[in-house]
Design a binder for this molecule. Structure first.
Ligand SMILES: [Zn+2]
Length: 79
């Protein structure tokens, strides 16, 4: 099979476009996953409204500023 110059250039351009598209989709998926993980670690204290991160797996975390117990997965603004 022989390629003409036009076919070769079109093939390279189309291949490059597909490669960039694949990398963009993968990058978006990884970014969304890392943002979701960061949101799970982030807390806002229900008493002093101090924002902090906790990397442990405990259900109850204590605020580093006031020491109040905060429950994982509970949004204090919905009270
Ligand atoms: Zn606090």
């Amino acid at each position: 099979m022989e390629l003409t110059l036009t076919e070769f250039v079109l093939l390279v351009v189309f291949g490059t476009f597909l490669t960039v598209l694949c990398f963009a989709v993968i990058s978006r998926m990884l970014l969304a996953r890392s943002e979701a993980r960061a949101l799970k670690r982030r807390f806002i204290c229900r008493l002093c409204l101090h924002a902090y991160e906790d990397f442990g797996r405990d259900r109850i975390t204590s605020c580093p500023r006031c020491g109040a117990a905060n429950e994982r997965g509970r949004d204090p603004r919905r009270c």
